[in-house]
Design a protein around this ligand. Structure first.
Ligand SMILES: [Fe+2]
Ligand SMILES: [Fe+2]
Length: 199
């Protein structure tokens, strides 16, 4: 198969969204490891904001576009990735369940104190491992094949769908809300994750 040297904007948007999600997950990992090693816990509002972001953004913006446009179009053109795409779609649902467990574990930690911390820490580590593997599969396995097999008309449709994610704001202020939330996380998270006061 000939190599197509193309750079669809939708793949750049997916990559940028992965970078934002990675930054937030990395922030959660940093703080649980800090607490584990005896450091001061940040204001729990930081964890709440991070969890809110990783619950809402993928569920409402990122995953539906992957499922309905990129993955669906690949499946129309080839069956070679069917099992991997089905696994990724399944992981989108599993990710939501894991995030809800994380939210419960954070509540338990907030009101139950130190004895509830190990469970929260374990779930953060588990989620990070799970979601990094998910993003890696999309970038390393799915995107290269998509570049080979999708045609210009396919990309036009997929690009248009993902460009919607970049609109400044819809009537409900969705995009604005997520940008605001990401800025809030950066502002309240202490260095080196953000620019807030040291813990
Ligand atoms: Fe995904
Ligand atoms: Fe993704």
């Amino acid at each position: 198969m000939s190599v197509r040297n193309i750079h669809p904007v939708s793949l750049s948007i997916i990559h940028d969204e992965h970078e934002h999600l990675s930054a937030v997950i990395q922030g959660m990992l940093y703080f649980v490891r800090l607490i584990e090693n005896g450091g001061n816990a940040p204001d729990l509002k930081v964890f709440r904001a991070m969890l809110y972001y990783i619950a809402e953004y993928p569920e409402r913006v990122h995953h539906p576009k992957e499922d309905q446009y990129l993955f669906a179009k690949i499946k129309e053109r080839t069956h070679q990735l069917d099992s991997e795409l089905d696994a990724l779609i399944d992981q989108h649902s599993r990710g939501e369940i894991l995030v809800h467990r994380l939210q419960d574990a954070l509540l338990n930690y907030e009101f139950g104190g130190a004895p509830a911390f190990p469970h929260f820490r374990d779930l953060v580590e588990q989620y990070a491992h799970f979601y990094y593997a998910h993003m890696r599969t999309e970038e390393d396995r799915i995107m290269p094949v998509a570049k080979q097999i999708l045609n210009d008309a396919d990309w036009k449709e997929i690009d248009a769908a993902f460009m919607e994610n970049r609109k400044i704001m819809n009537d409900a202020g969705e995009r604005y809300k997520y940008d605001q939330l990401f800025s809030l996380i950066v502002n309240i998270a202490p260095a080196p994750i953000g620019v807030g006061d040291p813990v």
